[in-house]
Design a protein around this ligand. Sequence first.
Ligand code: UDP
Length: 380
Amino acid sequence: MSLTVLMNAGPWLSVPPPGYGGIENVIATLVPELRRLGVRVVLASVGSSTLPVDEQISVFADGQFAALQRPYNQVCGIAQAHLAGVVRELHSRDDIDLVHDHVEAVGLATLAAMGPAGPPTLHTLHWDLAKHPALYGSLDGGDRVRVNGVSASQLARAPLALREHSVGHVHLSTPLAVDADRRPRPDKGEHLLILGRINPGKGQDVGARLAHRVGIPLVLAGPVGPYHRPADLAAAGDEARQNPDVRFFLDEVAPHVDGDLVRWVGTVAGQERDDLLASARASLFPLRWEEPGGTAVVESLALGTPVVATARGCLPELIEHGRTGLLTADEEELGDLVLAAELLDPDECRRVAAQRFTPAVMAQRYVELYERVRQSASAP
Ligand code: UDP
């Protein structure tokens, strides 16, 4: 297939990410499969990215994740200007067929502003858009800029103006799903796990209270704002409270973290993350937002860990109630479901992940969408 895609991962984290990094994990999963299908990939990321690609461009040497706190606009401005220059040049030489963008504030903002002079663009929506309508207020790229969702429920909740630009949705996947058949059945421990950013939407406060109520150990893994380790947060002092996720953690979650029944272990990565997830009796997603994509949900299934969650956002699309997890609309029921999750079969979770959520399935679907985007961009 002769197709060159400029994949914009943005300036926040390297690809693959050092630990936490939903969008960067998606790109790290997708790109090798696209290349296997013959797609040439130019990656716009940061210099420290190590993902094998055909060409890499970067304006920052390292990820600017810490700037998500304050010099955000400055970092966005630099990244936008750089991307615009690169895209203009590559497009004028016919060196790219399409931009696949994942970063609204950098990529989409830049590409939409280019007007008809820009290349065909597919922007993947990664957020709950009903909650952030302003993000896409100015989307205007005519038929040249198209969007895709990461779940049907995310698209259904998106503002109409955005849905009109949609070419469909693609569920997230995980390379772990490929291994599902080959891995030995994981030894299950006693603990529940919430894997993800510590954030009110992810509901770690609900989970922590639940753990005390049912007397089951709970591990919270993930960053609190820009802080990846408990020691870093402790060292940051009062300054850290400027970040809303830090305030949420300190005020709503930390009072239940006793280091014994409920522990916050910070960000986990690689084998440590996989082992923690595979050995959990269940993954818990006590969501308070409409989870748009849920990479960690899919990863959990791939490692044979059933999911107990509030039935919000994409969860009902990803989880088959009674087969790969247990869902409820009522937060109060989560405790009962955690106990009942023991009845679910870890191997069944892995089988379903290996069928539905492999990188090959995701890449094939994206290639179809690329074709649709190119066709609509060239339509008279
Ligand atoms: N993650 C990780 N270590 C952590 C917490 C999260 O590697 O300590 C990864 C997790 O495995 C997943 C991603 O970060 O791949 C989070 O993506 P998800 O779609 O679940 O959440 P969001 O993008 O909303 O943060």
